[in-house]
Design a protein around this ligand. Sequence first.
Ligand SMILES: *[C@@H]1O[C@H](CO)[C@@H](O)[C@H](O)[C@H]1NC(C)=O
Ligand SMILES: *[C@@H]1O[C@H](CO)[C@@H](O)[C@H](O)[C@H]1NC(C)=O
Ligand SMILES: *[C@@H]1O[C@H](CO)[C@@H](O)[C@H](O)[C@H]1NC(C)=O
Ligand SMILES: *[C@@H]1O[C@H](CO)[C@@H](O)[C@H](O)[C@H]1NC(C)=O
Ligand SMILES: *[C@@H]1O[C@H](CO)[C@@H](O)[C@H](O)[C@H]1NC(C)=O
Ligand SMILES: *[C@@H]1O[C@H](CO)[C@@H](O)[C@H](O)[C@H]1NC(C)=O
Ligand SMILES: *[C@@H]1O[C@H](CO)[C@@H](O)[C@H](O)[C@H]1NC(C)=O
Ligand SMILES: *[C@@H]1O[C@H](CO)[C@@H](O)[C@H](O)[C@H]1NC(C)=O
Ligand SMILES: *[C@@H]1O[C@H](CO)[C@@H](O)[C@H](O)[C@H]1NC(C)=O
Ligand SMILES: *[C@@H]1O[C@H](CO)[C@@H](O)[C@H](O)[C@H]1NC(C)=O
Ligand SMILES: *[C@@H]1O[C@H](CO)[C@@H](O)[C@H](O)[C@H]1NC(C)=O
Length: 860
Amino acid sequence: MATRAIVWLTICVLISCGSSSSEPSEYHGLCTNMFCNRLSLLRKLQNCTIVLGDLNISLLERTKRSDFKELSFPNLKEVTGFVVVYRVAGLESLGQLFPNLMRIRGNTLMSNYALIIYDMPKLREVGLYNLLKIDRGGVIIWTGPLTCYLDTINWKAIAPNSRHVLRNASVSSKGLRQRNVASSVLVAVGPIRRVVRCVDIIRTRTTVLASALQGLESNYCVTGDECRHMGRLSWNNTCVADCPENYTCSSLILQTLASIQAAARCVRVNGSITIHIRTMPEAMSELRYYLKSIKEVSDYIVIYGSIVITSLDFLPSLQKIEGQTLFDEKYSFVVYDMENLQTLFTANVTNNLEVNQGSLRFYRNPMLCESEIEKIRILFPIAPSELDIPEGLNGYSGGCDKVSLNLTVEVKNETSVTVKFHSEPIPDIQYSILYVIVPRGLRTISVPETCSETDWDAINIHSPINKDVEMDLSALQPATSYAICIEKYDPLHRHLSRSDVKHFSTAVGKPEPPFIIELVASSSESVVIRWVDHLAYQPHVVRYELDVVLVNIKSSDILARNHCTYNNYEWLDDYTVHAKIMRPPKNYDAGCESMCGILSTVTMGALVDEHFDVCNIVKRCDFDDERPKNSSKGSYIKTLALNISGPKKDYQIVGLAAYRDYRFKLKACTKSQCSQSVTNTVKTLRSDSADIALISFVTADEKGIVTVKWDSPRIINGAVLSYIVEVYPVIKFSDVSQMMPHTACVSGNVTDLVMKSVVASKYLVRLCTKTLASTYSCGEKEKIVVAFQVIPTWWWSGIFFGIFIYSFSCVIGWRWRSRNIVTDDIPLVDATSLYRNESEPPAVMMSDFAPIYNIPLTDC
Ligand SMILES: *[C@@H]1O[C@H](CO)[C@@H](O)[C@H](O)[C@H]1NC(C)=O
Ligand SMILES: *[C@@H]1O[C@H](CO)[C@@H](O)[C@H](O)[C@H]1NC(C)=O
Ligand SMILES: *[C@@H]1O[C@H](CO)[C@@H](O)[C@H](O)[C@H]1NC(C)=O
Ligand SMILES: *[C@@H]1O[C@H](CO)[C@@H](O)[C@H](O)[C@H]1NC(C)=O
Ligand SMILES: *[C@@H]1O[C@H](CO)[C@@H](O)[C@H](O)[C@H]1NC(C)=O
Ligand SMILES: *[C@@H]1O[C@H](CO)[C@@H](O)[C@H](O)[C@H]1NC(C)=O
Ligand SMILES: *[C@@H]1O[C@H](CO)[C@@H](O)[C@H](O)[C@H]1NC(C)=O
Ligand SMILES: *[C@@H]1O[C@H](CO)[C@@H](O)[C@H](O)[C@H]1NC(C)=O
Ligand SMILES: *[C@@H]1O[C@H](CO)[C@@H](O)[C@H](O)[C@H]1NC(C)=O
Ligand SMILES: *[C@@H]1O[C@H](CO)[C@@H](O)[C@H](O)[C@H]1NC(C)=O
Ligand SMILES: *[C@@H]1O[C@H](CO)[C@@H](O)[C@H](O)[C@H]1NC(C)=O
């Protein structure tokens, strides 16, 4: 009801106040809600020092850079609500526009945010250098790629305890590097306090605004005149937009929506309440929403001529009618000409209401049965006379005659019941079975009438022949409460009578699946899942079954492409793979408050999808009841079957593999049955410390053949696509860091490599990995010194000489060939290299420093 009321309020505000707020007015530097969608309206900010309300600069899509060149509003210091800057073409700096904006109070928020800068492709800087404080609400800055210095602003200091979502919207750019949304900042959501909008009044206007920090701590000072110009109320020396809590209001005359809204939060009425509402959509919900706090009325209550009112249940807190002043000097409660009023106060109010003085008066209320009036008659200190409640002037339209038809309801299953009643043995009598769903939380239900708010279903039975009538009601909703009654109509005497209203609930049966509102990777190894229940089954759900399954990466899929040569990856750098956030359908619980914002509670930048059916192509529902067993792969979860006892709405699963897809299946179970499972898949975040493969073995021989073996990385982001081995032959006098390596690439299923490099006595070898989340993650460079074959002693002596001769002649030949450019310290045979001091400069023949080329040993 409250939401409906708010929607209606919004609509009304748009209709009735829209025109006035689009023409913002300024008075002594105070401006009310500024909604600028034209340059001319933006210019109205010229003399504003404080915007009381919100500043919305939106949809200036035809403006140009030059339009903003001279435009600046140095006077503006403060906005009490939120600030939205959305699609302002050509605007490059917000700071230039509002160089002195110091404070955004966030008394009103847009989806929990106080500063929203969104879809501003040309914005180069936020530049609100003087912004010192955002009192309430978070910050979203989602701009174009041109925006600089975003992270130089300490948003945490300016807007503590709130969420900040800062992002360069480079969503379209592809590439591996962007995937890591490292630029985003996420701060835990703090509890958001409700702030009462109050502006202190000091009789004379001071210059408090001028002082920066001091001003931040004080309220602004307005005169009563200024307060009235802002369309607000003076209350207890304060200029308020809304009534404060525990507000005492003066007499209420409720005829229009505005007058009803003005009573919001009013607890005590110092005066009387008069209600006369002819037509108004959703009047009952408006009344219920805005009058719900009224506890005490000092004088009296008069309600008359209001077709739309069917019940007085909109005064659920009423405790006292004092009757200090009486209506007609006699009555403290008067109700007349209420065509559709059927019931009075809720049972709780009737039981506790205290009336200090006066009597009551009821007349021309055709639907209001005398029995209803009887319920409250005793509360009044002075009994009503016959003229006060004239006989036959209430409840005369029928329906007040109670008939006992011995109505019974037998619940058969989730969707059908059998209704039995005794009909009277009179011909031509019409009976109707009337039934309606009782909304959750609603105790009383008005009986069906023309203007009843709820539509009752009716089954008409004309002149039943049998005394015992039996009727099946089918197509009912499972797990739902219904109200039912029988109406009897005698056409001859034009007489309507009705049985008592009975209640029944259909069987629960198989519950509807829960709705996953949030499935979000919170780290490289954890995922948070949040869900809501179907409203009808919520009270019946006792546990949940959650299955987590690692989605396999087929090695054949990886190997299908040569990742050594392929570089044009089209992977999504989009956050949606890591965060699935959905707003639930209407018949589901709404989730927590922060869910109603546009952002996830866990993930920065994750947008909420509008809800769609719980089970559809995207979010499948499965019937299969086969649950996985718990299993792991290495140190991370492969499959997990959890039983979560309810009530529970979220769960965090840790121990998952980095950058892998996990499928989550969730079922809600009642004591006896489980729902279908609802399924969604999410990818864990990438791990920054992953993808480093360690070389387990490396040698090089004197021919320049380098053999490398390695272990696959301990933590892998997704899967290894390829390994790249870099070999740096170490050359004297040259800076190692500047040397270009020989590289070789092998596919991800290979863990060793033999490659031919140039001949050198030392090499640095480095192993790099390309995975699903990193193009090039390298380990440390390992130094190797050319090893010489160690020959077993029994034949070593025999062969040594031959080898020596061979090597000697090779080297001599080599040296001879390249005599012109050799350095002077070439060892003949570097037989001592194993024992050589590592700090010694490497020795190599410059001639061997061949041009760089890759040696493909595989098909890479
Ligand atoms: C701002 O104040 C100046 C001086 O009083 C006035 O000329 C101007 O029209 C005002 N601007 C707006 C937009 O009200
Ligand atoms: C801001 O203005 C735009 C239109 O220019 C409108 O669509 C939007 O709803 C407004 N936002 C708020 C929060 O008032
Ligand atoms: C936005 O992009 C610009 C240029 O690409 C960069 O200098 C800046 O650091 C980025 N800001 C953030 C918050 O990512
Ligand atoms: C009125 O304002 C004063 C001063 O701020 C405060 O002490 C007092 O409690 C307020 N009265 C009510 C009824 O709120
Ligand atoms: C309003 O009154 C109730 C009791 O009547 C009290 O508990 C509550 O604290 C009051 N709230 C404020 C804001 O004064
Ligand atoms: C209630 O209203 C009367 C006048 O109708 C006024 O004299 C009195 O001061 C008011 N009481 C309060 C507490 O506002
Ligand atoms: C009934 O009224 C009393 C006081 O009038 C209140 O404390 C209690 O919460 C009410 N109960 C319900 C269910 O509204
Ligand atoms: C309803 O049932 C009661 C006893 O269960 C019986 O005395 C009464 O006559 C029945 N009423 C009708 C209208 O059948
Ligand atoms: C419930 O019972 C009715 C009538 O016996 C039957 O037609 C219907 O199929 C049943 N529904 C279920 C869900 O069992
Ligand atoms: C799997 O492990 C979880 C906790 O680690 C445990 O609660 C659950 O019962 C296990 N499931 C099965 C099927 O063993
Ligand atoms: C790696 O994959 C390729 C292509 O499928 C295959 O030819 C090769 O035998 C595999 N190597 C290993 C060591 O499994």
